[in-house]
Each structure stands twice: as C-alpha cells, then as structure tokens.
Ligand binder design. Structure first.
Ligand code: URA
Length: 445
C-alpha cells in the first residue's frame, strides 16, 4: 500500500477501504506521510466526498491516534454535550449542572473560543481562581461527588484531528460535512462518555448557514456516534441571532447563573430545557418527554440546579464573589422607533471581539469582563433613543468600532416579522439510520 495509489483512488472518486484510511491516518500521525500528501487527500475528500463508511472509519482512525478517557469506574449514565459553536452560547454552563441535579453525570471537556465564537473554558476562567486543568484523578473524584465537571480538552485526544485540522484551515477544506463530522466525533468519542448530545447550530453565526446543511451534518454526527457504540442525538438550533443577551465571558457566566435560577432570557432557558430533556431521556431514567421536562423545571425551581453550579465552582477552585464588576464604557441607542426585527449575530460577535472578549489570534489575551450586553431581543418594541446594548470594555478605542458594528446588527422596522423558530428539530437513531423529527422531536427514550 502506498499514499500515491490512495490519492489516485480518491481523486477518481472511488471508496477507500478501512485499511487504506488507517494507512493514511496512522502514517500521517507518525510523521511518515508528509503534509503535501495529507493536503492532497483532504482536497480529494472535499471534492469527491466521503461515503458514510469512509467517514466512520476516518473518525475511528483519528480516535485511535491518541488517548481515550476511561470513565468506567464511575457509575451511572455519562453524557457528553457538544455545541458546534456560536455567539453567546453559554448552554453548557446551564445544561451540565441541570442534568447533574437530575442524576445524569456530565464529564465535559471543552475548548477555548477562536474567532467570533466563544469557548466554555474562557468563560469559566473569567471566574477568579477557576481551574480548568485538574489532574484526571481529581476530575474523576469530582464526577463521583457532584456529578459533573468541565475541563479543558487535552492535546492528546485525537491528535491526528488536531494536525489535520491545522492543514484544513490553510487548504480551504474546513467546511465539508464529512470532515467536520469526523473531526468533532473523534474528540467526543475519545472523551469516554456513554452518550453524546449535540447542539448543531445553523445561521450566520454558525458553521452551517442553513437548517438543511445543519441537518445533513447532524445525521452524519448521529450515525458516527451510534456506529461507534454511543447513544447519540442532535438538536438543530438557530444561531441567526445571539443566544440570550450576553456576549462576552463573565457577562455570559452571570447570564448562565440567571438561567439556572429560572431567570434571564427565555430563548436561553428554552434551549437549555429542551437539550436537558433530551439528555435525561437518553440516560434511560425517564421515557416520557413531558415528565422529563417537568422534573428539570422542578430542579430549577427548587434551586437544586443552581446549587450544583455553586458546588462545581467551589470544587474547581473558583470564587464567584471575587468576579470583578464589568465596566460599561458606552451604550448603543435605537436610531429610530419600531420593532426589533433582526439582531445579526455576526456583527454583535465582532463588536464583542473588538471590546476584548475574544482572540483574533491564539496568543491574544482576553479581557474577561469585555463584551456586549443586549438590552432587547428580536420582537421587542423600542423608541428612538432607547438603549439597545451596553458596550463593556477597557479599550477606549474599541467603543467607536463596537458602535459601528452594533449599527449593522440591529434591524428596526415598523412591523413585526414572524420570528423563525429557535429549535428546528431533533435527529435520533432508529433501526440503523438517522431520523429527523421536526421541532420538538419524537421521543424514543
Ligand atoms: N469543530 C471541530 O472540532 N472540527 C471541525 O472540523 C469543525 C468544528
């Protein structure tokens, strides 16, 4: 077997065997296949596509290139959650304690933000003292004790994906569903949970621009997970507008805490409850959607979910009382009266980025208190001069840039448009295939 023949075969659109995919991934991981041949492989796969069998095999081989966590000593159903990323997406901070309060164990490995999307690890590190790099034994003890924990993902989970992603980034081969699906799932499978719950975003703030693209990706993700022996479901949700009102690390932590108390923006609460309901059903503890949702609402109402969050912060060394107050440097006001018809996610994300909430390159430092706090959401009525958003930054020069970007974000019109649904549907696995259920999703325990 040699790489030249494999490239030729893929270039001609033929299906590669498991041995050929293994030869490529393992050879590349060992440094025996050079970047130029790996790049050619990626471009051929991008242009000719990968079959479902090839995609599952590519995932498995990337998984085998590194370590996997062994969570077998922890009793109970362990659920991992992954979002394909977005603007103001603080769902994990709500979902993990909420599910843990309902006896679903959530061992979560998360990443940092890059570009316009935020990352859970950056959000948590806005809490003074919070540690995201606990030793594995401590992490396992914590899972046993309080039912969840969130750590930064280690470099040795699916290292082949890391190296291939770096090549994809510079060879215009990132946005292909098979390559994205295998990349995400190789890391999720390595994280060792029994089930994987995916929140696949579509819209201008997401990788997938339309619900149809998100559906295609979701079906692949679910198929890979299930064929690899994990219970897997995906929820498809909108990222046209920011999720909730806070975009920026400590602002988002505060909003997540509000949601855990049953307060704060309703879109965030709804998404978290819908995801958590699916997670609870996946755990097998309950089989009826309404009862599962009711139990979760009760966990919020009783304070149990918020108490879990407080325990988690203490366990990982964080001090919420020491969180500095964010500095509101300026506000953005409504240029006219009317109804907020759209809040475009991308310019809001860029405004938060210019305030210092994210990184333009990996080595940039983050200002934990920086960001944008929306005062309104789509559908709200406003009068000229009303405050639409607060601009939080220590960078004087960022204010005018943020103002200009916020001007592009808001569309105010005379009439209300019917808002597009935030949740498009659920993808689950039945009788050997991925099935789509529009909106709330058919529940099959
Ligand atoms: N996230 C990943 O981990 N990989 C991709 O290819 C895209 C998004």
């Amino acid at each position: 077997m040699n790489m030249y023949d494999i490239l030729l075969k893929k270039r001609e659109g033929e299906e590669l065997s498991a041995e050929e995919i293994s030869f490529f991934v393992q050879g590349f991981s060992r440094g025996e296949i050079p970047d130029y041949q790996a790049s050619a492989f990626l471009m051929a796969a991008f242009l000719k596509g990968l079959s479902s069998k090839e995609t599952v095999e590519l995932t498995q081989q990337m998984l085998l290139s590194g370590d996997s966590l062994d969570l077998s000593e922890i009793e109970g159903f362990k659920l991992d959650k992954h979002s394909t990323g977005g603007v103001g997406d603080k769902t994990s901070l709500v979902l993990a304690p909420l599910l843990a309060s309902a006896n679903v164990i959530v061992p979560k490995l998360s990443g940092r933000g890059l570009g316009h999307t935020g990352g859970t690890i950056d959000k948590l590190e806005s809490i003074p003292g919070f540690q995201t790099d606990l030793p594995m034994e401590r992490f396992l003890e914590q899972l046993q004790k309080i039912g969840f924990g969130i750590l930064g993902a280690s470099a040795n989970l699916a290292p082949a994906d890391k190296a291939l992603y770096a090549l994809r980034d510079v060879t215009a081969t990132v946005d292909h569903p098979s390559l994205i699906a295998s990349s995400i799932m190789s890391k999720k499978l390595a994280a060792g949970a029994d089930g994987i719950l995916l929140d696949v975003k579509y819209g201008e703030g997401a990788f997938m621009k339309t619900p149809e693209e998100a559906l295609l990706l979701s079906k692949m993700l679910v198929e890979i997970g299930e064929k690899s022996g994990k219970k897997t479901r995906a929820l498809i949700s909108s990222m046209e507008a920011p999720l909730g009102k806070a975009v920026g690390n400590s602002l988002e932590v505060r909003e997540a805490m509000d949601a855990l108390k049953g307060e704060g923006p309703t879109d965030l609460q709804e998404l978290c409850l819908t995801l958590a309901t699916q997670g609870l059903l996946m755990s097998g503890q309950m089989s009826e959607e309404e009862k599962a949702r009711h139990l979760l609402v009760e966990k919020i109402r009783s304070g149990a979910a918020f108490e879990k969050f407080l325990q988690f912060v203490r366990e990982q060394g964080g001090d919420l009382d020491a969180m500095p107050k964010e500095k509101e440097a300026a506000v953005f006001r409504a240029p006219q009266s009317g109804v907020v018809r759209r809040i475009h996610a991308l310019p809001v994300a860029r405004a938060a980025l210019s305030c210092g909430a994210g990184r333009r390159k990996k080595t940039d430092a983050i200002d934990p208190g920086a960001g944008i706090l929306l005062h309104v959401q789509e559908g709200d009525r406003v009068e000229t001069g009303d405050i639409l958003a607060g601009i939080y930054t220590h960078r004087e020069e960022a204010v005018s840039e943020a103002q200009a970007l916020l001007k592009d974000s808001f569309v105010i019109a005379d009439t209300v448009a019917l808002p597009s649904p935030m949740i498009y549907g659920t993808v689950y696995y039945e009788k050997g295939e991925s099935v789509f259920s529009p909106m709330k999703g058919k529940i099959n325990g």
